[in-house]
Design a protein around this ligand. Structure first.
Ligand SMILES: *Cc1c(COP(=O)(O)O)cnc(C)c1O
Length: 376
C-alpha cells in the first residue's frame, strides 16, 4: 500500500530504443586519476612548447573565419597527410586518395556506412580491437569474428576459406593488432586481398595501421600494396604516434573510387576548421614527433625483454604497448597495480594484460609494481 504522502512516481519514459541496443553501455576504458596512466596506448609525451605555439597560432587564424562553414573537402589537410605518408612509408598517393575524420574510429564508421549495412557482413580476426563489433552493430552490419592463431597471427589459408564461406563486404585486418601488438606479414594481407577480390559483389579490405609508425625494422606497411589493389584501404591515426589523441584526427589512404564512396556518407562539414588547422600545424612538426617514436620503440623492445627475463610470456609487439600473460586471476594483478598507482588495461584473452609504453620513469614504475604484485 502506498503511503498517502508519497510523491508520485515519475513515469518511466517509453523510448523506442533499437532492440540490439537495449541494455548496452557506452564503450570506454576506465578514466581514473592515478599517477601512472598506461591504459589507452597514448603517447606519454605532451606536444613541445614549439608545437603548442604553432597549433595555437593556427587555431587563432582559423578562429577569424569561424562564422563560415569549414572547407568540406579539406584538400589542404589531405595533401599534407599524403606528404607525411610518402615520407613515413615511401608510398606516394594523391590528396584525393586520402580521407580523414574525427579519429580513425569515425573513418571506420564511414567505411561501414558505405560498404556494410543490412544483409551484409563485416569480418575480422579475434582477439582484436573491441570497437569493431560496435561499428557493425551501429550500421546494421552482420559481424563475424574468425580466430587468430596461438601466436595471435592470421592463418592465410584459414582466412581465405572463411572469406569464401562468409562472403563479407568488409574485412578488417589490424596490423599491428590491438590488443596483441602483432603485425601481419604482407603475404597474409595479399592472401586476404585475393580472397576478397573473389567475393561476388565485391569486398573491401581495411588494414587498420593505427600503430603503424611503431612497427619494427623490416616490417612493411600495407600502404605498399595500395597501387595494385583498388579494394584496399589503409587507415592511420594522429592519436598514437603523433601524440595527438585529444585532437581527434584519423585518416586513410585508398583508391579514389573507394574514397569517393566515403564522401557520400560523411556528414557535411564533419571536420571542423579548428581540427583541420590543428592537424596541419602538427604535421609541420612530423620529423620532431617521429624522433620520439624511435625512443618509444626502443623502450618497448626493452620492456618485452624485461618481462621475458622474469619468465613471463609476452606477445611479439610492433606497437606502443605490450600484451603479457599473468595467469588466471588477471583482475587481481590489475587491481594490485592500480593500488600502487599504475593503471593498465584488462583486455584481450583471459589471463593476459596490456600495458602501454610510457616515459622511462613510468615504465620503471610499472615494472617495479608488477614484480611486487607477482612476487617475481
Ligand atoms: C587507438 C586505435 C585506433 C585509433 O582511434 P582514433 O579514433 O584515431 O583515436 C584505431 N584502431 C585501433 C586498433 C586502435 O587501437
Amino acid at each position: 500500500m502506498t503511503a498517502p504522502d508519497a510523491a508520485p512516481q515519475a513515469a518511466r519514459p517509453v523510448l523506442p530504443v533499437r532492440p540490439e541496443l537495449a541494455g548496452e553501455v557506452p564503450y570506454g576504458a576506465p578514466q581514473l586519476d592515478v599517477p601512472v596512466l598506461l591504459n589507452v596506448n597514448e603517447n606519454p609525451y605532451p606536444p613541445s612548447a614549439q608545437v603548442v605555439a604553432d597549433i595555437a597560432a593556427a587555431v587563432a587564424e582559423a578562429a577569424h573565419g569561424l562564422n563560415r562553414y569549414p572547407d568540406r573537402e579539406f584538400l589542404g589537410l589531405r595533401a599534407d597527410l599524403a606528404e607525411y605518408l610518402a615520407v613515413e612509408s615511401g608510398v606516394r598517393v594523391a590528396p584525393e586518395q586520402v580521407w580523414a575524420a574525427n579519429g580513425s574510429n569515425e573513418v571506420m564508421l564511414h567505411l561501414l556506412q558505405a560498404f556494410g549495412g543490412p544483409g551484409r557482413t563485416a569480418l575480422s580476426f579475434a582477439p582484436t580491437y573491441s570497437m569493431y563489433p560496435e561499428y557493425a552493430r551501429d550500421t546494421h552490419t552482420r559481424w563475424v569474428a574468425g580466430r587468430r592463431t596461438e601466436q595471435f597471427d592470421v592463418d592465410p589459408a584459414e582466412a581465405r576459406a572463411l572469406i569464401a564461406r562468409e562472403t563479407p563486404s568488409v574485412v578488417l585486418l589490424t596490423s599491428p593488432n590491438n590488443p596483441t601488438g602483432t603485425a601481419l606479414e604482407l603475404d597474409t594481407v595479399r592472401a586476404v586481398l585475393a580472397a576478397a577480390a573473389e567475393v561476388p559483389g565485391g569486398c573491401v579490405v581495411v588494414v587498420d595501421e593505427a600503430y603503424g609508425e611503431f612497427r619494427r625494422e623490416g616490417v612493411e606497411s600495407a600502404l605498399t600494396l595500395l597501387a595494385e589493389h583498388p579494394h584496399l584501404a589503409v587507415s592511420r591515426t594522429m592519436s598514437k604516434a603523433f601524440g595527438l589523441a585529444g585532437a581527434r584526427v584519423g585518416y586513410l589512404a585508398a583508391s579514389r573510387e573507394l574514397v569517393d564512396a566515403l564522401r557520400v556518407v560523411r556528414l557535411p562539414y564533419h571536420l571542423s576548421a579548428v581540427t583541420q588547422a590543428t592537424a596541419r600545424a602538427a604535421l609541420r612538426h612530423a620529423p620532431e614527433l617521429m624522433a620520439q617514436v624511435g625512443s618509444l620503440r626502443a623502450e618497448r623492445d626493452q620492456l618485452v625483454l624485461d618481462l621475458r627475463d622474469r619468465g613471463l610470456r609476452v606477445a611479439e609487439s610492433d606497437a606502443n604497448f605490450v600484451l603479457f600473460q599473468v595467469g588466471q586471476d588477471r583482475h587481481a594483478v590489475w587491481q594490485g597495480l592500480l593500488d600502487r598507482g599504475v593503471l593498465i588495461r584488462e583486455v584481450g584473452p583471459e589471463g593476459w594484460l596490456r600495458v602501454s609504453v610510457g616515459t622511462p620513469e613510468e615504465t620503471a614504475a610499472f615494472t617495479a609494481a608488477l614484480w611486487e604484485v607477482l612476487g617475481i
